[in-house]
Design a binder for this molecule. Sequence first.
Ligand code: GZL
Length: 333
Amino acid sequence: MKRRMTYVIIILLFCLTGCTVQQNTEMDTTSKSIVIGFSQSGTESSWRKRHTESIRTELEKEGYEVIYRNGYMNQERQIQDIRSFIVYQVDAIVFTPLQEEGWDAILEEAAQADIPVFVVDRHVSVTDPSLFLTHIGPSFKAEGNRAGLYVSNYFREQSNKTINVLELTGLNDTSPTQLRSEGFRETIQRDLANNHVTIQIQDAISGDFIRRKGKEAIETYIKEGKMDTINVLFSHNDEMTIGALEALEDTDIIPGKDLIIVTIDAQKEMIDNLKKGIVNCVVECNPEAGVFVKNAINRYLERGADAIPKEIYVHETVFSSDMDFSQIPPRNY
Ligand code: GZL
């Protein structure tokens, strides 16, 4: 009797194990998923964290396997991350470059391995544009235009006055920093010819897109006794603006009143500041790139490289103190 029970148990175990093995074997052979290597530049801002989350979520929802690597704002590390994707023979590389220069060699390696590269957010500057399939991201120049337009409209009635702007710039040698500056300058320059309002960049100081560095840059500027001549702070991202606001707490300057503040990204904390009148204009830089990246990869897999445009822009807008705040969509970052 006891032996029979043993046999029954063994047969039951075999069936269960056998079925499990059979099931797993079936799953292994039929679920070859597309593998995407995703090299992100860092985690320096709430914006960047949402950007990462948006891309990973949309690609994983699509059933793609995502190998994520954080470059910790270090180009050499990002290059190693991309090389590891090539060795692993991923099906595609999604790459958010820390800066513009220095990517030719690693993108050449990806091309040699016949792996398409989707550049997202910031731009790369390479000798051969065929080294990447497409760029998916904002128009940084349009963001600068929107900031400049707000400032020139705000002061349009104050003819024959000089408006001094302090520009708090992002990380050097990156396309958002260069193009936001270019767009802002282009717009305020055009205003000079029409309204006799002189809007000039008094100084440009860098905070590298980082809150702590933004605070330190403004603290130094205050200590040098220069802040009193400034009418406008144009900051390239909200994290640095938050740092600047902390620095201004030690002065009698009232942000949003004595000092007009224009900032870029539109993270929740900054929209709250807009509603309180602490800042005057928040230009949106949309971190929700995930759907655009997913759609581009799907299109590539279905229709090939020729079906992909070289530039895919994400939509974005601008929010200001004179608008109906109920029209501002909830912020995910
Ligand atoms: C712009 C992005 C910038 C954000 C910053 O698309 O590269 O980098 O504006 C982030 O918040 O640090």
